[in-house]
Design a binder for this molecule. Structure first.
Ligand code: DKA
Length: 133
């Protein structure tokens, strides 16, 4: 199931991302960078370890994890989170917890595109990635 996510993906659209970043507490200056960035997302799997690398001119971050095992993450905006990633009906669900807050990033493949639904309370952003050539 995870195999369908493997590859290099490029951001092609982003809806409501500024509101999502506000909801998780990202500063104005960092939001400006986040709004302008067009990341490439590189996903690979090696012996059960999943790597997700987001590369942009603003910031490059990489996490490596096993499904269902909590790990520590430093996000692109500098949050230090406890993170756990699960596979739920074909969706990769990344739950980040920090300072008593929680947000989820739900990634799924729809029509050959990768969508990332970013949820913080009642604020939802949807970012769409297409397979890079
Ligand atoms: C995605 O995979 C979602 C990334 C969410 C990042 C939240 C923090 C951004 C701060 C610039 O596209």
């Amino acid at each position: 199931m995870v195999e369908q996510f493997v590859g290099k993906w490029t951001l092609t659209s982003s809806e409501n991302f500024d509101d999502y970043m506000k909801a998780i507490g990202v500063s104005f200056a960092t939001r400006q960078m986040g709004n302008m960035a067009k990341p490439d997302l590189l996903i690979s799997v090696d012996d059960g370890v999943i790597s997700m690398k987001s590369e942009s001119t603003f910031k490059t971050t990489e996490i490596k994890f096993k499904l269902n095992e909590e790990f520590e993450e430093t996000t692109a905006d500098g949050r230090k989170t406890k993170t756990i990633v699960t596979l739920d009906n074909g969706k990769l669900v990344q739950l980040q917890s920090w300072d008593g807050k929680k947000t989820t990033l739900e990634r799924e493949i729809q029509g050959g595109k990768l969508t990332a639904k970013c949820v913080m309370d009642d604020v939802v952003a949807v970012r769409t990635y297409e397979k890079a050539a």
